[in-house]
Design a protein around this ligand. Structure first.
Ligand SMILES: [Zn+2]
Length: 134
């Protein structure tokens, strides 16, 4: 366990890019703050997100795989699910509108960094789908 600047603990997350993330209260407070601002710029309905995921067949739009819940990395098993990725990060002024969202798997999202690639475009092209979605 490690202490962050506000005296709270960070959690070690086992992914391919092993990293420390702040736990509980601090993380929730930061997320709530940025999400409130993001929703002020635009918001989406839960059905829109479901429809977007289903449009791509439950695939990650970057690696085009369908996450199965977990996967093996060496001798370990790590979580592998589809996550809601904000193409422009909410901490960089991105909105919570469906137009700024793409489904990325835990693996692809973990290595995202400051990348703003809209993977929906190439995914649609590879999968023979129309984009923007009709
Ligand atoms: Zn992926």
């Amino acid at each position: 366990m490690a202490k962050d600047s506000e005296g709270e603990y960070a959690r070690y997350v086992e992914t391919e890019q092993d990293r420390w993330v702040p736990t509980k209260r601090l993380a929730r407070r930061k997320r709530d703050f940025y999400m409130r601002r993001a929703r002020g710029r635009g918001r989406h309905a839960p059905e829109e997100w479901t429809a977007l995921r289903e449009y791509f067949g439950g695939r990650c739009v970057r690696c085009l795989l369908v996450p199965t819940g977990e996967r093996a990395v060496g001798s370990r098993t790590v979580i592998w699910i589809l996550e809601k990725d904000h193409i422009v990060r909410v901490t960089d002024g991105g909105s919570d509108d469906i137009g700024n969202l793409q489904p990325l798997c835990t693996k692809c999202n973990g290595g995202k960094g400051n990348d703003r690639t809209d993977w929906r475009v190439s995914a649609a092209e590879t999968l023979g789908l129309e984009w923007p979605r009709p």
